[in-house]
Ligand binder design. Structure first.
Ligand code: S3P
Length: 444
């Protein structure tokens, strides 16, 4: 059955035609994926109903909904983007009857590992082929140092994973993470809620801080110092769910339209309700540095996060260089920034991007291989990055998404800005942006 499904998906092809004129119009960006996951998980640890608005109704976040339901959380959808989550308290999760399926979602799996490691019951995780290849040792190792018992395939690094109850409280630790990863940090902080003392995570650079921001809104005590964050164990009655969470629009989804609006001549787009948390806005910094015309309008706070409307119009871009320091703030935007670089004047050098090799697919290899089919000679794959020669004149070609949503959307923008493109396995956009192609057609 798995094989059949794979073949069907591979047989599908999306044809994106070259844009005949600039993309114009207004577009409301769907809810943030990271915050949607967390809203369901954190609400599920409370003991009062939480009304979640502007939830991202996409495959990844639905994996989190499925897992939380399997753990006994009541989740009722009022419509696709609004739901009521009612938990049974911080100690109210129940042993799942079945294997927990994280699907394609690294966020679901890694954060839930942190949440389930301290629980007094057994849980077993599976996921799709992509997630099964991705490294989980980076989470399993610190959780084991806290006293958790987790077992997995290939030397405790891969799915399937089993979390075994220990009968004891986890220990608070100070973990120096070798990677700047919000998923690793969040897993440790969530386990730390149940620890016997404070837990600190130090990262090489600060990764997205939604877990910290949101947990603080639930009454959890956290302290930040430089690139370290400390969580204090929750005392009785100390975890208080808010009545409502409004999820801001996802800047990682807005990114495709920021780049399309910049590189397709004559474009002018207004992207509404975009989250501009500073740990996520590296894309704005790099595009501005490249000469993009983006203005941040109507800045406001919504649900504890900064949001704004982003206006973009076509501009002559120039190549740039960026590396490890900014990487956590634009980690998901490398494929679409590589598209921008292809149309810019001069070279773009991306370094410090080794983490991309362990995303939904090896994105450095995938970007280099597929861009090469469209614009031969325009891109070089480096060990930890990419070198992109600008002012390429991409030709029409058939390319692969590798089942990776961010590859599919980046290739679509590339094709629209050039001579068109035929994308294999385009449905992967359903992971984070199910309405991507229809919105793209509406703008063009
Ligand atoms: C995410 C963190 C990032 C990002 C992913 C979502 C999160 O992963 O790539 O799409 O919600 O915490 P890493 O933290 O592992 O880099």
């Amino acid at each position: 059955m798995e094989l059949g499904r794979g073949l069907n998906r591979m047989a599908e092809l999306r044809i994106v035609e070259a844009a005949q004129s600039g993309w114009q119009g207004e577009l409301t960006i769907p809810g943030d994926k990271s915050i949607s996951h967390r809203s369901v998980m954190f609400a599920g640890l409370g003991d009062t109903p939480v009304h979640i608005k502007n939830f991202l109704h996409a495959e990844d976040c639905l994996s989190t909904v499925g897992v939380m339901r399997a753990l006994g959380t009541a989740i009722e959808f009022l419509n696709e983007n609004e739901l009521i989550v009612t938990g049974k308290g911080l100690h109210g999760l129940s042993e799942p009857m079945t294997v927990l399926d994280a699907g394609n979602s690294g966020t679901t799996l890694r954060l839930m590992m942190g949440l389930l490691a301290p629980q007094p019951f057994l849980s077993v995780f599976s996921g799709d082929a992509s997630l099964t290849r991705r490294p989980m040792g980076r989470v399993l190792l610190p959780l084991s140092q806290m006293g958790a018992r987790i077992y997995g395939r290939s030397g405790n690094n891969n799915l399937p994973l089993t979390i075994v109850p220990t009968g004891e409280k986890l220990h608070g630790i100070h973990y120096e993470s070798p990677v700047a990863s919000a998923q690793v940090k969040s897993a440790i902080l969530l386990a730390g809620l149940y620890g016997d003392g404070p837990t600190t995570v130090t990262e090489p650079y600060v990764s997205r801080d939604h877990t910290e921001q949101m947990l603080a809104g639930f009454g959890v005590r956290l302290e930040r110092s430089g690139t370290s964050v400390t969580v204090f164990p929750v005392e009785d009655g100390g975890y208080r769910a808010p009545e409502e969470i409004t999820v801001p629009g996802d800047i990682s989804s807005a990114a495709y339209f920021l780049v399309a609006g910049s590189i397709i001549a004559g474009s002018r787009l207004l992207l509404k309700n975009v989250g501009i948390n500073p740990t996520r806005t590296g894309i704005l910094d790099v595009l501005t540095e490249m000469g993009a015309h983006i203005s941040v309008q109507n800045e406001r706070t919504s649900g504890g996060e900064r949001v704004a409307d982003l206006a973009v119009e076509a501009a002559e871009l120039r190549g740039t260089s960026f590396g490890a320091e900014i990487m956590p703030r634009l980690i998901d935007e490398i494929p679409i920034l590589a598209v921008a670089a292809l149309f810019a004047e001069g070279d773009t050098v991306i370094t410090g991007a080794g983490e991309l090799r362990v995303k939904e697919t090896d994105r450095l290899h995938a970007v280099a291989t597929e861009f090469q089919k469209l614009a031969p000679g325009s891109i070089e794959e480096r060990e930890d990055g990419l070198l992109i020669h600008g002012k390429a004149k991409p030709q029409r070609a058939q390319v692969k998404s590798y089942g990776d949503h961010r590859m599919a959307m980046s290739l679509a923008v590339l094709g629209a800005a050039a001579e068109g493109v035929l994308i294999e396995d385009p449905d992967s956009v359903n992971i984070s942006y199910p309405t991507f192609f229809s919105e793209m057609e509406r703008m063009s």
